[in-house]
Design a protein around this ligand. Structure first.
Ligand SMILES: CSCCC(=O)C(=O)COP(=O)(O)O
Ligand SMILES: [Zn+2]
Length: 211
């Protein structure tokens, strides 16, 4: 029997959980038209990630595969085209256990209409859903990176920004979407939900105030 470099039970559990969370995220409208990718760390060297091009509203356990931390396939399937954006986070932060990426209406409009290189969420009670935030008197600065089809270059740019201390919980890619990460999948989903709702609120506020 061939020994896998990760536990089969961990891979099955991660696949089951990712399929369920994908359907939930799709239901919120944040992963349309096969967009988005999701992952869970299996151990120091491997992660479970969505295969490329899967319909997230119909996501099944068999749509998940294993990759190493260089983004290379470690089980059957074609990994997400954006796998390097997941493995960059796992490599940089040993305590990160899950990464979720979405393509919401709010993140797309906010980053396309306003040319700023960051979006600040300030004073919201819902910020307390994020790890490390204990009061509404808080501020989260979310960096915005320009979109590119060169995912390796984008992963390097994100890594360089993190070396400078930017991007504590999430970052945005202009006209593309949101990446967020946390210690495990439930915490990452909670954070994603808070951020997507806050980005939608931020968009509404900007529209109402005509800025
Ligand atoms: C149809 S969305 C374009 C690709 C993308 O941005 C995305 O999130 C999905 O890519 P994947 O390879 O993970 O399916
Ligand atoms: Zn994407």
């Amino acid at each position: 029997m061939i020994e896998r470099p990760y536990s089969t039970a961990d891979f099955r559990e991660a696949s089951r959980a990712l399929a369920a969370i994908g359907q939930r995220i799709y239901g919120n409208g944040w992963s349309p038209a096969t967009s988005s990718n999701y992952s869970v760390r299996l151990n120091e060297h491997y992660a479970a990630v969505t295969q490329s091009g899967k319909d997230k509203g119909l996501l099944r356990e068999t749509d998940i595969m294993a990759v190493d931390m260089q983004g290379q396939a470690a089980s059957a399937g074609k990994p997400s085209a954006e796998t390097l954006l997941h493995t960059q986070l796992y490599r940089r932060f040993p305590k990160v256990g899950s990464v979720l990426h979405t393509h919401s209406h709010a993140s797309t409009v906010l980053t396309m209409h306003w040319p700023a290189n960051s979006i600040t969420l300030d004073g919201y009670e819902l910020l307390k859903a994020l790890d490390g935030f204990t009061t509404h008197e808080s501020r989260l600065v979310i960096p915005v990176f320009d979109n590119t089809q060169d995912i390796a270059a984008l992963a390097e740019a994100v890594d360089a920004a993190m070396e400078d201390g930017d991007a504590s919980h999430a970052y945005l890619i202009r006209g593309h979407g949101l990446y967020t990460w946390a210690a495990d999948l439930p915490a990452c989903y909670r954070q994603l939900e808070a951020l997507e709702v806050l980005l939608a609120i931020e968009l509404d506020r900007r529209r109402l105030s005509g800025v």
